[in-house]
Design a protein around this ligand. Structure first.
Ligand code: ADP
Length: 920
């Protein structure tokens, strides 16, 4: 589970805890319904007070109260209402229980327990009964009266009016108990309405009629009060009065006894508390008594005080309880609010714990991430250190290599200078006259290449100097125009040789300034020799010069050469970078880097713009003045090394050749380096006819045109490489037979294998000795001649020519040629031109190809095919000799016969005769 989800859940949980805590408890309240028939009289109020008092101990019980004010109909309706309200127990204090029967039956049907209070009959269903026994009360009154009057005297009874059976029961109990005392006599009975007054007239009359009456038994204390007033008015204060109810409170039974207005009161308990107790038992499903008869006691002067005190105490206790209840209520409210606060605190605590845990976990995750990051950092640092160490090592190795090269280059300078010195000496005009032209030429070659090597060595040393920050500028006052003109002029002979137009175009005649010749010399030499190197014959090189504002001078070297490819141009100023055109290994890739470094040293800028195929412009912008630190007042030491430039090729070269005879084998030399090209050509010329080409494409064209006897070809050339030239030669049946010698500086064996695979006959690695080259050419040509002779002999013997596989282009050529001749056999005038045309060759090409492959001329081969066919016809057909001659294209019989005899040493007719004889 995601931690955030857990957090949200915990927060929700604590909120739920808080809300649950604040919510009131589940619906535990139970309801007791109490229906009263009459509520106003004291006894009924005492009943209600009892109920309420008892319920103060049970705050969870709710009391629903209804007072019918004496109306049974009203009470019936109240009971229905209470049932609707969903009371759990119903307490009913009826006056006429029979009238309530339908409502109580309904309660019974609904399963609501009914407690009848004070009245009951067997006609209505009820669950329990609580109340006093009126018969006993009547009997108690009778016994007490007998005791008071010493069992003799006259008694008056005041009964309560119906409808309740109370009066009847009390009367019965009273009368029956009195029977035990014969001396006691009931002299009369008065009926009252339970109130003090209605009985008074009747009682007055009765007492006047019975002045000996000594005791009055009234069925209630209120009626006893009326009786007491009557006695007082009649002056019969000796008459004892007994009432019923015995309630406390003003005007009630106990007060009357205490004040002596009545003698005694029979306490008849209202039963409120008891009814509630039974109701509670019912609610709690505890065992209960169905009939709860409450006892009664007699209150008279002997115990009234105690009773009153008890009552007062009870009342005060009740008050105390109520106060306690109030207090309890307040406490409960306080408790509830404190509980809410507590739960709130708990919820907050829980949330705090959850947040704490989450914070701790986040911190732990953070720590882990940090640890991981620092581990990764550590790793990266280690790797970086490793890389740095490796770089350092590489740098050191590089440094060591460069040091080696530098030292090595240094070492080269002395022998090179020592070679150059004597050669220059020999080539001086006064001494060179003694030399043969070829020797002069060779020495020129030596001088040029030594200069070239020296230039490379010097560039390498300059590179080291620049890298080591040891190159310094020492400017002297000088003229820019004169300086550049001088340089341009040194390139003029070379430009002429290469058929290039070289021009110098300054805008001013002079541009004086301060500069270091030694530094700028290298810059312009590089730019000019690059322009010459990368511009083909017929191109133009111009050097423009002009003064710019802010005391600057600009020199632009523009050529119409091959230009620089887009992918090369960002790199040309990098050390050792060579562009695509430079694959002929003509350079070192140092020139421009050095030039730029030197221009910057001179506080200038070197830049280049170029369009591939159209040419390039190199622009040098220099300050005309230089700061004092770069100036030198000492005389300049000029250490210029002139470039190795092309020189006019000696015209004697061709003259030396063995051109004389057509029969001399023809060799084509394809080599892009003019020196090597010239060198190879000159070594071959005394023995062979030689033609040269400066690159692969030209060489291929030359070879196809001339069909030479052999080709010597360089491998690494710009454009078509040597390998491509060989594979194209082999793919074309016109040139497929020509032996090829590949020359290369590469020494890897796999490259030699590659050369042989494409069809080269021999692979010579540079440097090679001229003797080896000559010997190789001679051997290859001899092999070819031998092969040709073999083929020629096969032809003479009329054997099928060649053992080469069918797909061999040479074999294919022979088949094609033979097919063409045979198809036109009858055509007497079939010419070599016609055959050549059909083979898409020139006459010469056909001639050379046939000579090279078959070792014979085309005409000879034509005659050979004709005669071979004639022989076949003489052998296999009955045609006459003349007809045969005609068939194979001879118009003259005699010419056919002489040709046939010349070849087969027999005349055609003799040949046929011999054949017939041998077959006979
Ligand atoms: P490199 O010895 O190969 O000439 P440089 O540093 O002089 O070395 O030149 C770097 C590369 O820039 C060359 O290999 C070539 O591809 C290109 N380059 C320089 N000058 C020219 C030019 N004038 N025309 C065309 N390409 C040039």
């Amino acid at each position: 589970m995601r931690f955030s989800t857990l957090l949200v859940k915990c927060l929700l949980l604590s909120l739920a805890v808080f809300l649950t805590a604040c919510a009131p408890g589940p619906g535990t309240t139970q309801r007791i319904g109490f229906s009263q028939s009459v509520g106003q009289d004291g006894w009924r109020q005492a009943m209600l007070a009892g109920i309420k008092r008892e319920l103060t101990f049970h705050p969870e019980i709710q009391l629903l109260l209804r007072d019918a004010q004496g109306s049974s109909q009203q009470q019936q309706q109240h009971i229905q209402e209470l049932l609707q309200a969903g009371v759990d127990v119903l307490i009913v204090a009826p006056s006429e229980e029979a009238a309530l029967a339908p409502a109580l039956t309904e309660a019974h049907r609904r399963g609501i327990p009914v407690i009848l209070l004070d009245h009951r009959t067997s006609t209505v269903p009820y669950t329990a009964y609580v109340g006093g026994d009126n018969t006993t009360v009547g009997a108690s009154a009778a016994r007490y009266a007998a005791q008071l009057l010493h069992q003799r005297g006259q008694v008056v009874e005041i009964v309560g009016s119906s409808p309740s059976p109370v009066s009847e029961e009390r009367h019965q109990g009273f009368v029956q108990a009195l029977r035990a005392y014969p001396g006691m006599q009931v002299v009369g009975q008065v009926t009252g309405d339970w109130q003090p007054y209605s009985l008074q007239p009747d009682l007055t009359a009765l007492l006047q009629a019975h002045p000996q009456a000594q005791l009055i038994f009234a069925h209630s204390d209120l009626m006893a009060q009326g009786a007491s007033e009557v006695c007082r008015r009649l002056g019969m204060t000796h008459v004892r009065i007994i009432g019923v109810d015995g309630l406390a409170g003003p005007g009630n039974g106990m007060e009357m006894v205490q004040q002596g207005r009545s003698t005694a009161s029979l306490f008849y308990p209202p039963g409120g508390e008891e009814a509630v107790r039974v109701a509670l038992k019912l609610l709690r499903h505890q065992p209960f008594e169905r009939e709860n008869i409450l006892g009664s006691i007699v209150i008279d002067s002997t115990n009234v005080l105690t009773m009153l005190q008890q009552e007062a105490k009870l009342a005060s206790q009740q008050q105390g309880i109520e106060q306690q209840q109030l207090l309890l209520g307040t406490l409960q409210a306080t408790y509830a609010s404190q509980r809410t606060v507590l739960y709130g605190l708990l919820a907050t605590l829980l949330a705090a714990i959850v947040l704490g845990v989450s914070a701790w976990r986040a911190a732990r995750a953070n720590r882990q991430t940090n640890r991981q990051l620092s581990r990764q950092n550590e790793e990266i640092r280690a790797q970086r250190n490793q890389i740095a160490a490796m770089a350092e090592q590489a740098q050191a190795q590089n440094e060591a290599k460069l040091r080696f090269f530098t030292n090595f280059s240094h070492e080269l300078r002395t022998p090179l200078t020592l070679i150059l010195g004597p050669v220059e000496e020999l080539l001086r005009p006064d001494t060179s006259a003694a030399l043969l032209p070829a020797q002069r030429h060779d020495l020129g070659l030596v001088r040029r290449n030594t200069q070239r090597l020296l230039q490379l060595v010097n560039q390498l040393l300059d590179f080291r100097k620049m890298q080591g920050g040891k190159m310094a500028v020492q400017a002297h006052p000088d003229d820019f125009v004169a300086f550049v003109r001088e340089l341009v002029e040194t390139f003029e002979p070379a430009a002429r040789v290469q058929h290039l137009t070289l021009s110098f175009e300054p805008t001013e005649p002079t541009l004086p300034g301060w500069f270091d010749r030694n530094v700028l010399d290298k810059v312009f030499l590089n730019l000019l020799s690059n322009a010459l190197k990368y511009t083909p014959a017929g191109g133009r090189i111009s050097v423009a010069m002009q003064a710019l504002d802010h005391g600057r001078v600009q020199v632009q070297v523009t050529d119409t050469g091959c230009g620089i490819r887009a992918q090369d141009s960002p790199h040309i100023f990098e050390w050792f970078y060579q562009g695509e055109q430079a694959t002929g290994a003509k350079g070192s890739g140092m020139g421009l880097a050095l030039a730029q470094g030197l221009v910057r040293l001179h506080q200038g800028e070197l830049s280049c713009t170029s369009l591939p195929g159209q040419g390039s412009t190199f622009t040098v912008v220099l300050p005309r003045e230089l700061p004092a630190v770069l100036r030198s007042t000492a005389a300049p030491i000029v250490t210029i090394e002139r470039p190795a430039l092309e020189e006019p090729v000696l015209p004697s070269a061709e003259a030396d050749s063995a051109e004389a005879s057509e029969a001399t084998p023809l060799v084509v030399v394809i080599e892009d380096n003019p020196d090597v090209n010239d060198f190879v050509a000159r070594k071959l010329r005394p023995h062979y006819r030689v033609r040269t080409a400066a690159d692969g494409a030209a060489g291929l064209q030359l070879a196809t045109e001339l069909l030479p006897d052999l080709i010597v070809c360089d491998v690494m050339m710009p454009g078509l490489s040597g390998l491509e030239v060989v594979s194209r030669l082999r793919a074309d049946w016109r040139t497929s037979h020509i032996p090829v010698i590949l020359l290369t500086a590469r020494i890897a064996p796999e490259q030699q294998v590659e050369g042989v695979q494409v069809g080269a006959d021999l692979y010579l690695t540079k440097p090679f000795s001229p003797a080896l080259l000559l010997e190789s050419v001679r051997t290859l040509l001899a092999n070819r001649a031998y092969q040709r002779e073999h083929t020629r002999r096969q032809l003479l013997a009329d054997q099928p020519v060649g053992e080469a596989p069918a797909h061999d282009p040479n074999q294919q050529f022979i088949t094609d040629l033979t097919d063409i001749i045979e198809a036109h056999l009858t055509q007497t005038s079939l010419t070599v031109e016609e055959v050549a045309q059909q083979l898409h060759l020139t006459r010469t090409q056909l001639y050379r190809k046939v000579k090279a492959v078959l070792g014979t001329s085309v005409t000879d081969y034509l005659q050979h095919v004709r005669l071979r066919k004639a022989r076949e016809l003489l052998l296999n057909t009955p045609l006459t000799v003349t007809a045969v001659a005609y068939e194979v294209g001879y118009t003259s019989h005699s010419y056919f016969s002489s040709s046939f005899k010349a070849r087969y040493q027999v005349s055609p007719s003799e040949f046929r005769a011999q054949c017939l004889a041998s077959s006979a």
